[in-house]
Design a protein around this ligand. Sequence first.
Ligand SMILES: [Zn+2]
Length: 251
Amino acid sequence: MKTIKLFGILLLTAMTAFSTVSCGDDDDKTLRPSGSGSGGSGTAAVSSCPDNNHPHAVDLGLPSGTKWACCNVGERTPVGIGLFFAWGETTGYALGSGHKFNWGNYKWCVGSDRDKITKYNIDSWRFDNPYYDGKTRLESADDAAHVNWGGSWKTPNDTQMQELLDNTTHKSTIVNGVKGRLMTSTKNGKRIFLPCTTETTNYMTSDLYGVTSYACKYIGVGYGVESSVIRTEILHSFTDRFNPFLVRPVR
Ligand SMILES: [Zn+2]
């Protein structure tokens, strides 16, 4: 397992989930209201948008030329949370929907049997595995960004996530009651805002392995000013793929 640069190096040791292509009886995640608002007007300060016709592709001057959307999939405002998706699914669910994210409800799993992931299955070691396909990167048909927004929009890969971090400054802020992370380009000063809803909010990447999430971590209360802010960092997150992720498209 390798470490990655971030602001702070963080390495999750729970490799069992994403690293074994298997379903399981892990705790499911039910979407419940978090108290975060859904955003609205007055967001110009946090996103370099030319008008209110979101989404826009914001040019942060990144070396690869990648442009980041100004809002999440399921949203039409830069500070809205949007919808939550399981990795490899294209139907999203809102906070408060009550949708349960678990293996039993996961599109690419037969029943709730952890041995029966039916796509993006890399368990070549499993004897006579009928579902092995060796796929580790989202195909367009399973990419929530591409399917929901069309065109050349797609879910970022881990390299694009890292490039965003490497070329922006990051500041925690609250906009219209929504906590999140303001990412300001060190290249041209353009901005995007990544809203966060819970301490475990993750942004999906197209990669099944490697860097798989762009997480928002609330710092625990009781530590002074810092208690109300959020850190954002790329995690080597091997969290189960059925979990709810936000999606911030790139193109
Ligand atoms: Zn916009």
